[in-house]
Design a protein around this ligand. Structure first.
Ligand SMILES: C[S@@+](CC[C@H](N)C(=O)[O-])C[C@H]1O[C@@H](n2cnc3c(N)ncnc32)[C@H](O)[C@@H]1O
Length: 337
């Protein structure tokens, strides 16, 4: 791409203006779209800042944007001139505005692929078969799927598949502020939870900045945090994702209790105390710490000794605490709190 073309694109001259709030309301009947978590950003300074948080975007890079909606962040990405921009949007009503952006980018050799699809089912390897180009994942995520999406992506990261066949695919994403703080929470922070540990096993999460709820249309009830998740060159473990997820989930099931209480629910009640005593000794972890006081390494050591134990006692792997009678309802939840 010529320098002149890059200049034109960067100046935004060729990009159509964003629809006004009135047009948005008319076009997309905003009130009706709560189920798709549609809260739009209308301020280019904020969308530019989100894209800037992704770091350097090269003219050889690919960017995948989740949920572009009417395309405010999309415009900011286009001004950074990646080689290819992939848009995955579930709501087909945005197709005309996105097609318009695609048309504007065409004379500048900038490839824009629009997929009306669900990001949770989007096949990265099919749509991005080549791994020679660096990929950036960017999105003002729908709140309703944000946690599920990153957990799916951590699993892909652990298996080096999907968007993570290269180890330099960063995610720059928005979350409800409280969720963003949990993702980044350090050892001992009161927000420290299962999501903090899961995020920090495979990535280094960095809180970039917060966006007040009033910057969105319609205004959500919460503020929003922008987090960049940088894959660790050397993940903290190569244990199977499902096993780590299970152990961390059990540990954090009883947030206020000693960590041995939640961990103990991995085992049938009759042997629980003895097994826990032995495994905490073997893992060299203090069993009276509260879950939020456990480091990522300690959680991994507890997962490692659990794996050794079930390899020797395969029946125990099938034990399902939640299938037992009188389990408190909060412990049946899969919520990442
Ligand atoms: C919070 S809005 C952000 C819109 C736009 N990027 C912005 O910042 O103004 C979330 C967007 O994600 C879309 N969306 C919701 N669920 C989705 C899914 N499962 N897959 C892809 N897009 C989805 C919504 O239709 C909406 O356009």
């Amino acid at each position: 791409m010529s320098e002149a073309a890059v200049r034109i694109l960067k100046s935004g001259m060729r990009l159509p203006p964003l629809p006004t709030v009135r047009e948005l309301v008319k076009l997309y009947q905003l009130q009706a779209l709560k189920q798709l978590s549609q809260n739009f950003l209308m301020d280019e300074r904020i969308t530019d800042k989100i894209v800037k948080s992704a770091g350097r975007i090269d003219t050889h890079d690919i960017v995948l944007e989740v949920g572009p909606g009417p395309g405010a962040i999309t415009r900011s990405i286009l001004r950074r001139s990646p080689q290819r921009l992939i848009l995955v949007e579930k709501d087909h009503r945005f197709l005309p505005s996105l097609e318009l952006l695609k048309e504007c980018a065409k004379p500048l050799d900038l490839q824009v692929d629009i997929h009306i699809d669900d990001i949770l089912r989007f096949n990265m390897e099919h749509h991005i078969p080549d791994t020679t180009q660096r990929l950036h994942l960017i999105g003002n995520l729908p709140f309703a799927i944000s946690t599920r999406l990153i957990i799916n992506w951590f699993e892909d990261l652990s298996l080096r598949r999907g968007a993570f066949r290269r180890n330099d695919t960063c995610m720059t994403l928005t979350f409800q502020k409280e969720v963003a703080e949990r993702i980044c929470a350090n050892l001992g922070d009161k927000q420290r939870c299962r999501l903090s540990v899961m995020s920090q096993i495979w990535t280094q999460p960095v809180m970039k900045f917060t966006i007040p709820g009033k910057a969105f249309v319609p205004k959500p009830e919460v503020d929003v945090g922008v987090v960049k998740l940088i894959p660790l060159k050397q993940p903290k473990t190569d244990l199977p994702f499902g096993l780590v997820e299970k152990v961390v989930r059990h540990i954090f099931n009883m947030r206020q209790k000693y960590c041995r209480r939640g961990y103990g629910t991995l085992f049938p009640p009759q042997d629980r105390d003895d097994i826990c005593y032995e495994l905490f000794q073997r893992a060299d972890v203090e069993d009276t710490l509260r879950p939020f006081q456990l480091s990522v390494d300690e959680c991994i050591r507890l997962a490692t000794v659990y794996k050794e134990f079930i390899d020797a006692n395969p029946d125990i792997a099938r034990y399902d605490f939640r299938a037992q009678k009188n389990v408190p309802t909060e412990m049946l939840s899969d919520e990442y709190v």
